[in-house]
Design a binder for this molecule. Sequence first.
Ligand code: SAM
Length: 230
Amino acid sequence: MKGTFYLVATPIGNLKDITLRALEILKEVSYIICEDTRQTKILLNHYQIKKPLISYNEYNKFVKTPQIIQLLKEGENLAFVSDAGTPIIADPGYYLVREAIKEGIKITPIPGPAAMIAGLIVSGLPSDRFVFEGFLPKREGRKRKRLLNLINEERTMIFYESPYRIMKTLNTFLEIFGDREIAVCRELTKKFEEVLRGKISEIIENLKKRLEKQKRVKGEIVLVLKGKEK
Ligand code: SAM
């Protein structure tokens, strides 16, 4: 019998944000496939789970995928996690899941935290219809092109953004979308959790003042932007 491939969501900050079922599965499986073994070990040590780890990322996926599929075919149950949050969402694993499906392997989700959902629900912006845009391209030209395609989007838009690019991105948003409502959700579930809500121009002013005192905006960020008014 083939093994089951569990896609397990892990915390996005606070280590307590993990489901009982996720812990049960992590304890039961023969191997845990993860991105960065050091990162996953922090979680496993916290819950006193000892398991062999297999590292998997965008660079080794073509070598590791057949090995992982082989283990599943031999009947091993495996768990797949990312560094934080829900695997496959702006994280590695899509290719592996496709290959596992081709081989007729049973894949089971163990749902839990995802930064995009945490950001959306805390944003105060409409959550009945939304789109997840993931990370924007780093290059300014490509980024603008992507944003211009969203100019008539009426649904709430969710982006992942680096603290290094946040000011630049907010200025580009202001230029392309006008002064809409936005929420900058930073360090969710962590010690310095913060949600800045307001017009794009207000958030820019707020962050500018902050940057007079510190070098850069810190932490992990989800941006939630209001869609176009009907
Ligand atoms: N798969 C993960 C998920 O959906 O939760 C996301 C992985 S992606 C590589 C990492 C990005 O998610 C960060 O750059 C940031 O934009 C967002 N993120 C992750 N944890 C966060 C947190 N605690 N607070 C705010 N944003 C977070």
